[in-house]
Design a binder for this molecule. Structure first.
Ligand SMILES: *Cc1c(COP(=O)(O)O)cnc(C)c1O
Length: 404
């Protein structure tokens, strides 16, 4: 499928995803875990388009959600509640009530306050809430600080030193059923050691919980975080990741839960954008395109590097350019001092590896409508989300009764 044809029919900017790659990524991950009792709960915050969710759901996957809105989308996509786990540090009473009513598999509880709140809401509904406690194992995942979540100083999870006390407390609560132990130490992790170090600490904890507190821990949730190649990273293949975990969990007698996000969708998508202007300053050449941090914030937020390829390569020596968007922010760039073959206004560029944390983090900043999303399957493509219209920009805005 030619990207130029998609651009012509759908317009730019748009996200383009490959069905074949999405399917392959899921199958590779699932096959790596073959023979291990497990559930793959795709972390839908990476890309929550309904069609993407359904590709994974139809192949036996479940979902990891972090909000009531994600639960709503999960149900719309037809997810089985028994395959949904609910993570996140700020669950409101309403979100907890909604998830209890939906009868999801488990809450990943991130604090003592949340545990008490779930007990309270479950008692109001007269049911028992299944929970795992998300433990913070104090492991350095060696990734960007904004996506490291398992260090002592992180807001996520329950400090490992406080975990036994909270499990003991959870056991005494009338409307709480403790089913598991959970951790998620970060994202874009490119080595196995941090995963294995975390697993060692959790295994010790599970042992203590079973022997000292007679808690029947049935689920071990290892979170997500497996990295992908954006540039020259060499993250472990899911086969290597699974082999280590298989080895380490032999005889543990737990169903393992995985929450992969990026590794399933990241390299299955790109952002297609059109060059608007070339602008030369004394020290810089800017390639100004029709999309920016409003649609893909990773470079601005995480100093992330993503490959950029011209859809049709022009002859000539490469230039060194900044690829920037139209947004009124100096942080609005896709690439700085990047070698790029020559381009002209009207040319199409593909910002690669944009399937994860791309559209799902997009905003309407500067009042640009969010882009369309396109799914390619073989020789066919479908717009799986329409480009937003101008009228959607002001949807829900009211004029007050008092004078302005
Ligand atoms: C974001 C997140 C994930 C997914 O992380 P990836 O790096 O995309 O695999 C999994 N679990 C939790 C709790 C998360 O917050």
């Amino acid at each position: 499928m030619a990207l130029s044809e998609i651009a012509q029919k759908v317009g730019t900017p748009c996200y383009v995803y490959s069905h074949r790659t999405l399917e392959r990524h899921f199958n590779v991950f699932a096959q790596a875990l073959d023979g291990i009792p497990h559930l793959i709960c795709y972390s839908m915050k990476a890309n929550s388009n309904r069609s993407i969710l359904q590709i994974f759901l139809q192949r036996g996957g479940g979902l990891d959600i972090v909000s009531g809105g994600e639960l709503y989308r999960a149900m719309q996509a037809g997810a089985a509640p028994q395959k949904i786990v609910f993570s996140g540090v700020g669950k409101t009473e309403a979100e907890i009530a909604m998830a209890l009513q939906a009868d999801i598999l488990m809450f990943n509880v991130e604090s003592e306050g949340e545990l008490e709140r779930i007990q309270h809401v479950a008692s109001q509904q007269g049911i028992k809430a299944r929970v795992a406690l998300r433990v913070n194992p104090d492991i350095d995942p060696k990734t960007h600080p904004y996506i490291a979540t398992g260090l002592k100083k992180s807001k996520f999870g329950i400090a490992i030193n406080d975990a036994l006390r909270l499990f003991e407390k959870a056991k005494t609560l009338s409307h709480i059923a403790v089913h598991g132990v959970d951790c998620h130490i970060g994202s874009q992790i490119t080595e196995l050691d941090p995963f294995v170090d975390a697993l060692h600490k959790l295994k010790e904890l599970i042992h203590d919980l079973r022997s000292q507190y007679q808690l029947p821990i049935r689920y071990l949730d290892l979170g997500g975080g497996l990295g992908i190649p954006y540039q020259d990273e060499t993250p472990p293949h899911p086969d290597e990741y699974a082999a280590r975990i298989r080895e380490e969990t032999e005889g543990l007698d737990c169903t393992l839960i995985f929450e992969p996000g990026r590794v399933l969708v990241g390299n299955a998508g790109l952002l297609l954008t059109e060059v608007q202007y070339l602008k030369r300053h004394e020290e810089k050449t800017f390639v100004i395109v029709d999309s920016g941090m409003n649609h893909l914030i990773r470079p601005a937020l995480y100093q992330a590097w993503q490959a950029i390829q011209p859809v049709k390569k022009r002859a000539g020596q490469p230039w060194v350019v900044d690829v920037v968007g139209p947004i009124c922010e100096s942080g609005d760039f896709f690439a700085l001092d990047r070698e790029l073959s020559p381009v002209e206004p009207g040319d199409l560029l593909a910002v690669m590896s944009s399937g994860a944390y791309g559209y799902s983090m997009a905003s309407q900043y500067n009042s640009y409508p969010r882009p369309a999303e396109v799914l390619v399957k073989g020789a066919a493509f479908a717009v799986i989300r329409e480009r937003e219209s101008y009228s959607e920009l002001s949807r829900g805005e009211n004029t007050p009764l008092f004078d302005l």
